[in-house]
Design a protein around this ligand. Structure first.
Ligand SMILES: [Zn+2]
Length: 293
């Protein structure tokens, strides 16, 4: 079974090479990347890391820029990356939902280019609330109609602060899923703790189209969270994701493998679920050197 990192961020070379210029253009980008230790990666950087760590494939996420022009520039690159390496990357589009007309035009453009997802949306950094329906309904409806999934940054309402934590709570994320039951959603960072509430039957029903990724676990939780969430919501809705290049893929993967999970559970989490997710409509099969079964 392939290994898939379902949460990495790629940036165009011009952003990586001219970081200072983009720090001045976007406040949220500055919040996260002013510190030169916060790495930025191009597709080639990521390919080297995938190869080094025995990872077959990755979901290449964009960034939550506030200016739709920057989203388009980023998407030009992400479309090109997916075109060039469809056997290694599935790109998710950067999107600013606040300007509905521009957002819908961009959603149609990226869908026509073959992208399967949008995100990682960062409402806290982009200036809207995830449950502001005038902003989110048009985007959610278009994504549902076009078969695009949406990845959303969700964070813990308790615990330590960190750059980019934001205030997208499990409750807000829940309201979006409840309102758009046919939309396929990835709630990043374990949905900020939302899996616990799936012990409530009506919550589990409302979240049946939600997957949780493990991005940045190292900074947030004990790794036992993999076992616990597998028990809470079942292993088939957990996506292994690192948040590379924020975190290094090798040590992260090592920590998951060291948990002693049953082999079949590990296979689902490390790649099986992600392959089924991206190939849900069968259109990715041609690109995969591995079977989705
Ligand atoms: Zn995030």
């Amino acid at each position: 079974m392939p290994i898939v990192d379902a949460h990495i961020h790629l940036f165009p070379p011009e952003v990586v090479n001219q970081r200072e210029r983009f720090l001045a253009l976007d406040r949220h980008f500055a919040d996260l990347y002013t510190n030169p230790k916060c790495r930025l990666a191009t597709a080639e950087d990521a390919l080297a890391s995938l190869d080094r760590n025995g990872i077959d494939f990755a979901f290449a996420l964009g960034f939550g820029w506030s200016d739709p022009t920057l989203c388009r520039m980023h998407n030009d690159y992400l479309i090109e990356v997916q075109r060039q390496y469809p056997e290694r990357f599935a790109s998710f589009a950067a999107l600013q939902p606040c300007d509905s007309q521009a957002a819908l035009t961009e959603i149609n453009r990226v869908a026509a280019a073959g992208l399967k997802g949008i995100g990682e949306l960062m409402p806290h950094g982009q200036g809207y609330a995830l449950d502001d329906w005038t902003v989110m309904d048009p985007v959610a409806e278009a994504a549902t109609a076009l078969g695009l999934a949406i990845s959303i940054h969700v964070s813990e309402p308790v615990g330590h602060g960190y750059p980019g934590k934001g205030a997208v709570t499990p409750a807000t994320a829940y309201r979006l899923a409840e309102r758009h039951p046919s939309l396929r959603l990835i709630f990043a960072h374990w949905g900020g703790g939302l899996p616990f509430y799936e012990l409530m039957p009506e919550v589990a029903i409302a979240l049946r189209n939600v997957w949780y990724d493990s991005a940045a676990t190292t900074y947030l939780y004990h790794f036992e969270i993999f076992k616990i969430v597998a028990e809470l919501v079942s292993a088939d809705r957990i996506l292994f994701g690192t948040d590379y290049p924020l975190l290094r893929q090798g040590p992260f993967l090592q920590k998951v493998r060291a948990l002693g999970l049953p082999e079949s559970t590990l296979e689902q989490i490390l790649g099986g679920n992600a392959v089924r997710f991206i190939n849900a409509d069968g259109t990715w099969q041609a690109h995969l050197g591995f079977s989705s079964e």
